[in-house]
Structures are given as C-alpha cells and as structure tokens.
Design a binder for this molecule. Structure first.
Ligand code: NAP
Length: 307
C-alpha cells in the first residue's frame, strides 16, 4: 500500500495535531522506527509524553508550516473533529497518490468529514481507546488505555503493521459500524452531561442523571441499530454500569474543553446522533434537546455569554 518515502528508507508518518491523541500516536510511530513529522498550528519546541511520573522525549520533527512539507506515506489526523476543516492546508500538502489517511477522532462520520479535503486518498476511520490529556504545549500525559480500532481489511492490517511493536495496539474489527456506535454510546451521555452541569463524572451516579443518561443511550442505540450497529438495551445497561464504576473525580473531554473555554465537539457526538436519526426516521427528542443546549453553550464559549 504505502511506499517508502521517508529519511533513509524509513516510512514517513505525518501526524496532524500535537494534542493528547496526536502525541500518543507520534510516540508509537517513533517507537516503531518511523520518520515522524508532527504538524502543529502553534510552534512547540518538543514533544514529551508523561506516564506514571516519568517523562519521555519523543524523537519527532515539528513543523508549523504546511507549505514547507511534502506528502507522507501515512497521515494521521488527530485534531478534534471540529478542527478538521482548519487542517485542510496540512491535508492538501501531506496527502499524495501513495498516502493513506487515518482519522483518529470521536464520532461516526470520519470519512465524510475529510473526503472533500483529500481527493482520492484512502481514508481509514479509527476509534480511540486511549485516555490521555494535553497539559501544556507539547506535553501529553498518558492516563490509561492503548487500543485503537480500525476496520478489518488490507488497510487496517497495514496500519496495524505500521505500529507493530510499539505501545499502541491496533485492533482490526470486522463489524466496525457496531464498534463506532458503541464508542459513540460511551460519549453521548457522559460528555454532554458533565459539560452542561460543569460536574465531574460522579454526577452520572445521581438517580435523576442516571435516568436521563439511560434515555439518551436508549435513543442512541435505537438510531445505531437503524444504521446497522448491533446494539441492544443490554449495551445501554452496561454503559450505565461503566459510568458508575469510573473514578468520580474524572471528567470528559467535553467538560475539559468547556473548562478551558475551547469549542466543543458536540456536533460530532450528539449532532451525529441527531443527523443519523433524521436520516433513518428515528425520534430522538432528548438528544435534540441536549444538542440545542450544547449549541447555546458553545456559542457562549465563543463570546456570547453574559458577564
Ligand atoms: N484525549 C483522549 O483521551 C481521547 C480519547 C478518545 C478519543 N479522543 C478523540 O481524539 C480526537 C483528538 O482529541 P485530543 O484529546 O487529542 O484533542 P486535543 O488534546 O485537544 O488535541 C488536539 C490538537 O489538535 C491541534 N490542532 C487543531 N487544529 C489544528 C490544525 N489546523 N493544525 C494543526 N493542529 C491542530 C490542537 O492544537 P492547539 O494546541 O493549537 O489547540 C491540539 O494540539 C478527538 O476527536 C477526541 O474526541 C480523545
């Protein structure tokens, strides 16, 4: 699939976004011996990954100027989904006829999000099970998890080989639709509720919140089934049990974005559920209400709040 174009015959891997997931993938690609280019929008001097109190410096080349770059064998998009369009200059420069793009983002519409920006390049959607956090420019903390799920097939296998031997396991999944909707299920209640209430994950244990979460999840599972995902009410109960088992002081990426005053990813989580529901004619009144609230909150973060 990918031909060798990197330094000294190495495979060239370009990663767009030096945040929690981009930093983690950059470390994995460097550990696998590749020529790694980290593409940032504000220059950073280095990339460091912190884990269990120790800090590792990752050998990457850092670039803040798409115009200076040439195509890579592999391009890994690891911005938040709402920043995809702003990464267009990178995608244009880095994807050539032999490139494969992997989209490591939450949500379900990975290929739709990038198709217009990458011409004919093959696109591999990826579901991320890594808990990491960007705590400052070029500084990422790895908390837990090391799994990325891609569709089974030639390209998925090729991506798994790319990162073979490193700290991240690339798992190929025959039923990727179900895997993607299951991940969406894990985000669609906890992320909005923690962001809207400005409460940590312990809020999910409160009886009224648990009922709201259950109803949001039941709506989402119904839409997922219409889209071909094999999800049952049992998956919903398992998700509620999982929420209740989490460290109460933990958060969600949407809560962290709200706390930092950054735009939210809600259009690609709750918004994705509502769009799919409209396509399949499934009623989702609660997700629609939550989407309205998150839209209003997001506008507030963009400067329309009182005070
Ligand atoms: N973090 C997790 O534990 C986790 C777990 C599972 C899934 N995910 C998903 O993984 C995806 C990435 O999330 P994340 O947590 O890694 O986000 P993040 O820590 O906020 O990092 C995103 C990075 O992308 C950069 N970026 C944005 N637009 C850019 C552009 N046009 N050019 C270059 N860089 C750009 C940002 O730059 P600035 O530094 O300039 O803002 C930031 O460093 C999201 O879809 C998220 O939902 C995350």
């Amino acid at each position: 699939l990918a031909k060798l174009t990197g330094v000294g015959g190495q495979v060239k891997v370009a990663i767009i976004g030096a945040g929690a997931i981009g930093g983690s993938l950059a470390e994995a690609a460097a550990a696998a011996g590749h020529d790694v280019l980290l593409c940032v929008r504000s220059a950073i001097p280095r990339l460091e990954v912190e884990e269990a109190g120790s800090v590792r410096q990752v050998p990457v080349r850092i670039s803040a100027d798409p115009a200076r770059e040439t195509p890579a064998d592999w391009v890994l998009l690891a911005t938040k989904a709402q920043d995809t369009r702003s990464a267009a200059p990178w995608l244009e420069r880095l994807t050539g006829p032999a490139s494969t793009l992997v989209v490591l983002q939450n949500g379900i519409e990975h290929e739709d999000r990038v198709r217009a920006l990458v011409g004919e390049a093959p696109v591999v959607p990826a579901i991320v099970y890594i808990a990491a956090e960007r705590i400052g420019p070029g500084r990422v903390v790895h908390h837990a998890g090391n799994r990325v799920i891609v569709p089974q097939g030639e390209r998925g296998a090729s991506f798994a080989r790319l990162l073979d031997g490193g700290p991240i396991e690339i798992r190929q999944e025959a039923d990727f639709t179900t895997a993607a909707w299951r991940k969406l299920l894990s985000n669609v209640a906890a992320n909005p509720i923690t962001a809207l209430t400005m409460r940590r994950i312990g809020v999910m244990r409160e009886p009224a919140i648990r009922e709201l979460a259950r109803d949001l999840l039941l709506e989402t599972a119904a839409v997922g089934r219409s889209a071909g995902a094999r999800l049952t009410d049992n998956d919903v109960e398992e998700m509620l049990t999982m929420y209740a088992s989490l460290n109460q002081e933990g958060g969600s990426s949407m809560l962290y974005d709200r706390l930092a005053g950054r735009p939210l990813e809600h259009e690609y989580i709750t918004g994705a559920v509502v769009r799919a529901a409209e396509r399949h004619g499934v009623p989702v009144p609660l997700n629609k209400a939550i989407l309205g609230l998150l839209d209003a909150l997001n506008e507030g973060l963009r400067g329309k709040a009182i005070g």
